[in-house]
Write a protein that binds this ligand. Structure first.
Ligand code: ACM
Length: 530
């Protein structure tokens, strides 16, 4: 059947099969054919859009063409104008988008605005690489049909350990959009700092926001609710959903600095690490926080953490109120207390019509499968992934190896992490293949997608953020979007070389896998004085 299709496509006028040539697009599209001709793009080209709801996408394309190629185009609600770029909704296109560049027109069609947006991104990438002639840019003709492998193509940024601020987050969202990533998991609370304003509990930001991983005395840094709204809107314009994480019942040190009455204690290494599971008031307090968070994030998903509680729940063993809870609820150990806590908070989230996200520690907590999504992160515990699947839980794949971007990408780097000598070079991120994970055939539908996580213990400045993120984010994108049978590391590397020049133009301090000395590993700066 494939052969037949191929020979049919070969015979379409104006298109020829050239197996060697792929479009300079990351992530690589599902199907493409290069034509023999070219389209001349100039400031006489207009952007047409078929219905009002595409005006936002048309405007995005308009802005990108001015920003990237100094081309000021007009836009107009109209049909398929000759010599123009036309955006059109075609309900019969099942998923993804089609991008046709012919000698006379450029057309992007999809059933959805999101599909149109992704078509625009592919077109922008081609236009960025197009040669400039005396009367405009020359674009080779292409017929591209594209769709994503996974619905969940995520990136997580930890801003508790170090805070980067609105401009850097917007820049990351730009690059996520450029690579068709669509879920921004924002780790906003953890032991070193609380980074989101909560009106009902102002000390969370004002006191909990003080300090970071390398300097416990740095002035409070956090996002106001107005700034959060701005980021969420910016992301939405790029078809990215923002999912906040409010970590509980562990990793709560910063919150407990602000409101110690809800602390469940900690350990010597992790002081005041937990919320108190034995006090009814804790559940009300956290529910009040989630009510405000819910209003700020229209994704209707909140990540409640649930990881590493045992780092600091020792006091629960002797606390009389926790003991009372255990007796009343028939809980026989601290893990059952954790699970009880999470189920209580899950109920609060469900009453807000939100889905709950949490780390894989919650695999056996008995959360309702239709409203929960768990993230498998412990690569050394493949059995956790199997438990998630066995319990019919929707799952996001983000194991430390290969998806923790705080891990170094080359042997000699000193500041990031390794796990028993293993780390995450570009190729390892690229070579991710779900087929290696023993997902039973009847459970494949539970895998929503993949995600990279940038924890920021060692990310003390933007240079280190860039260095750890670029170009691995491009490999992540291709692993998330492109079916494994269409991936090829050598071909990807060729396309990536062009993207490195874009990173340079954007003044990013990226790692260059082809010339690692170009940007040496930035040292981790610490302002902590003992
Ligand atoms: C995690 O890395 N603690 C989810």
């Amino acid at each position: 059947m494939k052969k037949l299709l191929l020979s049919l496509i070969c015979c379409l006028p104006g298109y020829m099969v050239n197996a060697q040539e792929s479009p300079l697009i990351i992530p690589t599209p599902a199907e493409y054919q290069k034509g023999k001709n070219s389209f001349l793009l100039s400031d006489k080209t207009a952007i047409n859009f078929s219905e009002d709801l595409l005006q936002e996408e048309a405007h995005y394309l308009q802005k990108e063409l001015l920003r990237k190629r100094q081309l000021p185009l007009v836009m107009e609600k109209a049909g398929h104008g000759n010599q123009n770029i036309s955006l059109q909704i075609i309900p019969t296109i099942k998923e993804g988008y089609q991008l046709t560049i012919s000698e006379t027109n450029i057309t992007i069609s999809s059933a959805t605005e999101t599909g149109i947006f992704h078509g625009i991104i592919s077109l922008v990438q081609l236009i960025e690489q197009a040669e400039r002639g005396p009367s405009g840019l020359t674009l080779p003709t292409w017929q591209i049909t594209d769709r994503p492998l996974y619905d969940w193509r995520g990136f997580m940024l930890d801003e508790s350990r170090h805070f980067f601020g609105i401009e850097k987050v917007k820049s990351l969202l730009d690059w996520m959009a450029y690579y068709k990533l669509n879920k921004f998991h924002w780790h906003l609370t953890d032991a070193p700092g609380w980074r989101i304003e909560i009106k009902k509990y102002p000390k969370l930001a004002l006191v909990g926001g003080i300090g970071n991983q390398t300097n416990p005395f740095s002035p409070a840094q956090y996002y106001t609710q107005e700034e959060i709204k701005e980021i969420v809107q910016y992301a939405a314009e790029r078809k990215i959903e923002v999912i906040p994480e409010i970590d509980m019942p562990g990793h709560a040190t910063a919150a407990n600095k602000a409101y110690p009455e809800y602390s469940g204690g900690g350990s010597e290494k992790h002081p005041e690490f937990t919320f108190h599971p034995g006090k009814e008031a804790t559940y009300q307090y956290l529910t009040n926080i989630l009510k405000e968070v819910n209003v700020l994030f229209p994704s209707q998903m909140i990540h409640l953490g649930g990881d590493e509680v045992s780092f600091g729940n020792q006091k629960w063993k002797t606390d009389p109120e926790v003991q009372d809870l255990m007796n009343a609820e028939n809980l026989t150990n601290l893990k059952e207390v954790e699970d009880y806590f999470m189920k209580r908070m899950a109920d609060s989230l469900y009453s807000l019509n939100n889905q709950l996200l949490a780390w894989d520690e919650m695999a056996e907590a008995g959360l309702p499968t239709d409203k929960s999504i768990l993230l498998w992160w412990r690569h050394d515990k493949p059995e956790q992934l199997q438990k998630l699947l066995k319990n019919d839980i929707q799952t996001i794949i983000c194991p430390r190896i290969p998806f923790y971007f705080d891990f170094v990408q080359q042997e000699e780097d000193r500041f990031g992490r390794k796990w028993a000598g293993t780390f995450n070079p570009l190729e390892r991120v690229y070579n991710f293949n779900e087929a290696d994970l023993n997902v039973p055939a009847n459970k494949k539908h539970l895998i929503l997608g993949i995600q990279a996580n940038l924890w920021t213990e060692t990310v003390t400045d933007e240079n280190r953020l860039d260095y750890l993120t670029f170009p691995r984010i491009a490999a992540l994108a291709e692993s998330a979007w492109t079916a494994p049978e269409h991936k090829d590391f050598e071909n990807f590397s060729d396309r990536l070389k062009k993207h490195l020049t874009l990173y340079k133009d954007a003044s990013l301090y990226f790692h260059n896998p082809f010339d690692p000395k170009l940007h040496p590993e930035p040292i981790m700066r610490t302002s902590l004085r003992k």
